[in-house]
Write a protein of this length. Structure first.
Length: 434
């Protein structure tokens, strides 16, 4: 298996250098100024809007749309669509980061792609609502994945672009909170469109476009048209898709930990609507009713864990222990449905998994930002490290679909337990971050 990640050596291609207002390494202020305050306040709604799209579509509306078209083959079709789409996302994010790093505009390198990606992704999402076959939905979903990842990649580069390292735990907590609130909120709001899926797609497309546009307006970047741009080097770019464990072991282990933890969590969360029907044994209508209720439980738990873990991580100057604790909590959560295969068990799973995944998301971005191989190519490196989140979206649905069809849904839980435990153990060898 190939391990994909960011550049394993400092690129000879100089992409966008740090903005002049970015804090210098070794002289980073540890206090908020007005710009950082605005950035912190707007990163939350920006990430909520971005991940509401994924929470509503991939976790709910897309599943229901495919089930309506072909109920008998819903698992196979969902696995196919999600796998192909996530593979495209896996390629799109690092490419988006590279393009963003090299962009020269009066609005800086990030804003054009954040807004443009949201616009094109929204149009693709609206088109997906008009699909009447699995193939039409797949084509539209590919466009959705590529476009929104061209927005998400540059958005993820904003924190290391502008935030000093001592404050990244707090900002990481806000980003993680936005991710989880978006995913959970997307499921909750998306359930209200279960009987009118195309309208739901229009709603979430509009929300993402408006909020992300406001984000770039309120956080303007500097005109970078005068900055030099070296010719593109294909060999150097392609070499960035390989993690050299010898040259960059910390980056490799951080990547591996994120990959495994996300895979274990997605093994179950991707198929939640079908698990409720096939494993727990409730009707489709009851599953739609339960989804927002369980999402609310997750949201309550993640609010507590995220808001506590991120600042506490900054105060203690420790990241790895929080990742390991989150892995243990997620393993416990995945054990619950095996022991309690009923609605109560799934409710408890939602509560505990929300708490554990909230801890993970609140500190993992900070950990990743502190082991990046390049201090210049933030967007490209972060775009490729996000493969650790998007690659499980490729592998987990395919593997989960095969397991569910061949052995039943119950086996998803122990496999998920093994993956999250391995993900927690993977950060132990990281040495440059405590």
């Amino acid at each position: 298996m190939l391990f994909l990640s960011a550049s394993t050596r400092r690129s000879t291609v100089t992409h966008s250098p740090l903005p002049t207002d970015a804090p210098a390494q070794g002289a980073e202020p540890a206090r908020f100024n007005r710009k950082l305050g605005v950035l912190l306040g707007t990163l939350l709604p920006a990430n909520i809007a971005m991940f509401m799209v994924w929470g509503a579509t991939a976790s709910l509306l897309l599943s229901l749309q495919i089930q309506e078209i072909d109920p008998k083959n819903k698992e196979t079709n969902l696995s196919l669509v999600l796998t192909v789409g996530a593979f495209c996302a896996m390629i799109a994010q690092p490419l988006a980061g590279l393009v963003s790093d090299r962009t020269r505009s009066r609005f800086g390198p990030r804003a054009p792609w954040i807004v443009g990606g949201a616009l094109v992704g929204g149009l693709a999402l609206v088109g997906m609502g008009l699909g009447t076959s699995v193939w039409q939905i797949m084509i539209a979903w590919i466009a959705v994945q590529i476009a929104y990842n061209f927005a998400q990649g540059p958005l993820s580069a904003v924190m290391p672009d502008r935030v000093p390292s001592p404050l990244r735990g707090t900002f990481s907590a806000i980003i993680g909170l936005g991710l989880m609130l978006g995913m959970v909120g997307g499921q909750m709001v998306g359930s209200q469109f279960a009987r009118n899926i195309p309208v739901g797609y229009v709603f979430f497309a509009g929300i993402a476009l408006v909020v992300l546009t406001l984000f770039v307006v309120l956080n303007p970047d500097k005109d970078n048209r005068e900055r030099p741009r070296e010719p593109f080097n294909l060999r150097v770019f392609l070499s960035g898709f390989w993690v050299n464990p010898v040259k960059h072991p910390d980056f490799f282990w951080a990547f591996t930990g994120r990959l495994l933890l996300n895979a274990g969590y997605l093994m179950v969360s991707t198929y939640m609507i079908f698990i409720l029907q096939e494993y727990i044994g409730v009707s489709k209508e009851r599953a739609i009713e339960l989804t927002p209720q369980f999402a609310l439980l997750s949201m309550a738990a993640l609010l507590v864990s995220t808001l506590v873990a991120g600042p506490l991580s900054d105060k203690l100057r420790r990241r790895r222990v929080f990742v390991m604790v989150s892995a243990g909590i997620l393993a416990l959560a995945l054990l619950i449905p095996l022991l309690m295969p009923n609605e109560g068990g799934m409710a408890l799973f939602s509560l505990v998994s929300g708490f554990g995944f909230g801890i993970f998301q609140s500190v993992d971005t900070a950990l990743i930002s502190e082991v990046l191989p390049s201090k210049e190519d933030f967007a490209k490196d972060l775009g490729v490290i996000n493969i650790a989140a998007t690659l499980p979206q490729t592998l987990a649905p395919a593997l989960a679909g095969i397991i569910a069809l061949s052995f039943g849904y119950a086996l998803l839980f122990p496999i998920g337990i093994v993956l999250v435990i391995l993900g927690g153990l993977a950060v132990i060898p990281v040495r440059s971050v405590r």
